[in-house]
Design a protein around this ligand. Structure first.
Ligand code: GLC
Length: 802
């Protein structure tokens, strides 16, 4: 069963049936202004913060057929025969002759044919704009004339997204709309909660002449609100009521009469939905007042993407890998960088439940630093400013206020720290420096977070100091066995063990963070620090191998009483993926244990849809283990295929030099390959999901929680840096392929530190890894790192494996 196809030439996925098994969405704009738009034109938009400054009202739990924040109605009169439909199928649900939703790079283009009218609507947020722009062209494709009214609609949320749902006293009394006509009858309707009228207002308008408008939902739907979005009663009349709502559920509908369209004739309608200070609304409207201006803005957006994607392009024997690595995966990395885990169909951006996650965004940055350097650096700085003076970190923050909180650990009065958060920032800053080499960053001063002190009063430290304190925190927060304390949880949010439980994954993360710091300190001439960190690495490696090795693989956790989780001694949860992969990432796999634990992962955890997080699943709720046991076996963290962990296995396999297996693991989770099995998979095939139900679950293979997952960043790193092996280091670009033996050659182009590298890798002997020679602009290079001091801007690199 298929719902669409990849159009690689236009870098789009084309949805051909709007009735997808779950909503399939795309992101437009950025967190500064933007949100989600789905396959039927519904849009959940916000400016800078979905919880505190939400614009459109979308209730994700409503059935897919329902109205979602925005739509357009078309009223047609063809020789006396009247009809009403939407070019987006929903919410009218009128049968269509053709439907196509092109999921593009930050734009959505919906083409449909219904009732003899071809509609083509492009939806996007122009670069840097505080507005969503829609340009729609309607063509009469029948051989009789048709009279056409176009009615674009938006329904507003109160700016405080959670209060919209929890408070029916204050919210409705505050919501208002005002209309502003111009002499040419173009109209913009502004909307605000009463307290916002002088600061910022939402606005919805069009440069076209408007006949009439409606802003009161009850009047629009009709029959005291018993009319429906599928057929609003107000649309039975010739004109809308021109009501400026003074309270209640507010919306804006614009009645735009386009007159008679002769056979073959077209008409274009532009709408702009934005937020601005009251006196700059008109200037935002003016920016998009003609088709030419809108198309220019769209072309700029396309240019932005071609420049961004040019950073890394590859041509390999795997079409599915090429499509992901060249387009969809970097696109998803940019999306996670923008939205962290703040706004999706799964993370709803309400209240203080989810914000910009410390660990999440630290990892997201790692996938985006080459693509969007400035934005990545700014995010790194924000993250560092919510690290505390003791080296640990707040779990999440809210970008509009920069207030931070402890995430779910607030549920526990005595343990409000996650044992891992702070270590991710060490990895992220190191990755940033490997890409850009601007070591001055390490000397920039950043405050440490405090809940009680004003910003000016907070202690400050250089970025280097922040990283050192992060390592120090873990060094000094270990338990009885000498392994790092779990705190409320580590990367796996759902294993919440009482008291002074210990985490073997944090031990490995600490090891990996130490490796990064050793490399960095050596590079910046701080051999004193490097030596101390080498010792710390060695010490933790010894403890880890002494305590975590259970004879077959590495154990994942120890309870306060020293009981293992993730050991063959356990009945359930015998083996956890992350304890194995991370041991290798940290260089902790002593005495040839690396391949052995990877074999255990293959035998116990691999399935045709991906590698499970653990096995076997816990079969009942057990408060002593925590959230993991709230899921049935095979779901999410309880033995599900938690995709985020798969790239760590892939990277570990490449570190073992096993290119065949690494690629097999990559390929088996490529969402593009799921296009054919949608009856099982259900979710969007153009981005990675967070989870797929595992083989213990009757719905094995069902994917959920697409878009905002660390999977994006890590798979991008795994594919580009570890399989294709084009890896930034502090000293330059290193070439270290680990590929299937059958690949005879592949190509990569990569922008790196101002130079454009054109890399060809040849594999004449059919190997998995190993490089015999590298020739750079005609000259043989020593070692695998390309020299940085080449003068030419274009660097042609020929790599021969051997
Ligand atoms: C979710 C969280 C992430 C966590 C993961 C595993 O993806 O956003 O922070 O690491 O679940 O529990």
């Amino acid at each position: 069963m298929q719902y669409g196809f990849f159009d690689d030439n236009s870098q789009e996925y084309v949805i051909t049936n709007p009735k997808t098994p779950v909503k399939w969405v795309n992101y437009i704009g950025t967190l500064d202004f933007g949100g989600i738009v789905d396959q039927t034109g519904g849009a959940l938009l916000c400016r800078k913060d979905p919880a505190l400054n939400r614009i459109t009202k979308v209730i994700p739990q409503l059935p897919a057929s329902d109205f979602r924040g925005t739509t357009t109605y078309l009223k047609a009169n063809r020789g006396g025969e009247k009809s009403l439909h939407s070019p987006f199928f929903s919410p009218c649900l009128v049968p269509y002759d053709r439907y196509e939703c092109r999921v593009g790079l930050s734009y959505q283009k919906i083409v449909s044919v219904t009732k003899g009218i071809r509609s083509e609507v492009t939806i996007f947020v122009p670069l840097g704009a505080q507005a969503e722009v829609r340009i729609a062209r309607f063509t009469n494709i029948e051989d009789t004339a048709v009279e056409l009214d176009v009615i674009p609609v938006v329904e507003y949320s109160h700016f405080d997204a959670l209060k919209q749902f929890t408070n029916a006293d204050w919210v409705p009394q505050t919501m208002q709309c005002k209309a502003h006509w111009k002499e040419n009858r173009s109209l913009v309707v502004s909307q605000a909660a009463f307290m916002k009228w002088n600061s910022e207002v939402n606005f919805f308008g069009t440069p076209q002449a408007v006949d009439s408008f409606e802003t009161d939902r009850q009047c629009f739907l009709g029959e005291n609100g018993y009319g429906s979005w599928a057929h609003p009663k107000a649309l039975d009349g010739e004109h809308l009521s021109n009501t400026e709502a003074l309270r209640g559920d507010v919306m804006t509908a614009l009645m735009i009469k386009r007159g008679v369209l002769e056979p073959g004739a077209s008409t274009t309608v532009i709408t702009v939905l934005g937020q601005a200070e009251p006196n700059s609304v008109q200037s935002w409207m003016d920016r998009y007042q003609s088709e030419e201006l809108v198309l220019e803005a769209l072309a700029e957006l396309k240019q932005y993407w071609s420049k961004t994607l040019a950073v890394f392009q590859c041509e390999t024997p795997s079409e599915a890998l090429n499509s992901m690595v060249n387009v969809h995966n970097p696109r998803q990395c940019q999306t996670t960088l923008n939205w962290s885990r703040y706004l999706s169909l799964y993370q709803l951006g309400l209240g203080s439940d989810r914000g910009i996650g410390f660990r999440d965004s630290s990892q997201d940055v790692m996938g985006a630093i080459a693509l969007v350097p400035e934005q990545s650096k700014a995010l790194l700085m924000d993250l560092l400013s919510v690290q505390k003076a003791d080296g640990s970190a707040m779990h999440q923050y809210f970008p509009l206020t920069m207030e931070a909180n402890e995430g779910d650990s607030r549920e526990e009065s005595d343990k409000q720290t996650y044992g891992d958060d702070h270590l991710w920032i060490v990895l992220a800053v190191s990755a940033y420096l490997r890409e850009h080499g601007d070591h001055d960053l390490l000397q920039v001063e950043v405050p440490f977070y405090s809940k009680t002190l004003e910003l000016a009063q907070r202690e400050r430290g250089t970025v280097l100091e922040h990283l050192m304190r992060a390592l120090d925190y873990t060094k000094h927060h270990c338990g009885k066995k000498g392994l790092p304390l779990l705190g409320f949880a580590d990367w796996n949010d759902t294993v919440n063990l009482a008291g002074e439980a210990e985490s073997c994954m944090i031990a490995c993360m600490y090891g990996k963070a130490l490796l990064d710091m050793i490399e960095l300190c050596d590079h910046i001439g701080r051999q004193d620090l490097a030596a101390a960190y080498r010792q710390d690495h060695q010490d933790m490696k010894v403890v880890f191998n002494r305590e975590a090795w259970n004879g077959k693989w590495y154990t994942r956790y120890f309870t306060e009483d020293g009981e293992p989780l993730g050991s063959h001694e356990n009945e359930q949860g015998q083996i956890y993926t992350n304890a194995q992969s991370w041991a290798i990432l940290a260089n902790f796999d002593a005495e040839g244990r690396g391949e052995k634990v990877m074999d255990a992962v293959r035998e116990k955890l691999n399935t045709k849809f991906g590698i499970k997080l653990s096995a076997p699943g816990y079969d009942r709720f057990d408060p002593e283990k925590g959230g993991v046991t709230t899921y049935p076996p095979g779901a999410k963290e309880n033995g599900g295929i938690f995709l985020h962990s798969n790239p760590w296995v892939i990277i570990a396999e490449t570190k073992c030099g096993r290119g065949e297996v690494a690629f097999e693991y990559y390929d088996q989770i490529n969402p593009a390959a799921k296009n054919e099995i949608m009856e099982t998979y259900e979710a969007e095939p153009y981005c990675y999901p967070q989870n797929i139900l595992g083989d213990e679950h009757p719905q094995f293979g069902l994917a959920r929680n697409t878009w905002l997952s660390g999977t994006a960043s890590w798979l991008y790193q795994a594919a580009s840096q570890h399989i294709l092996g084009v890896r930034p280091t502090l000293k330059g670009l290193c070439i270290d392929p680990c590929i299937p033996a059958a690949w005879k050659s592949y190509k990569v182009t990569r922008w790196y530190r101002g130079k454009h590298y054109h890399i060809e890798v040849h594999n004449p002997e059919g190997l998995h890894s190993g490089v015999k020679s590298i020739v750079c602009n005609g000259e043989e290079c020593e070692g695998a790192v390309l020299p940085l001091d080449i003068e030419a801007k274009d660097v042609h690199v020929v790599v021969t494996m051997g």
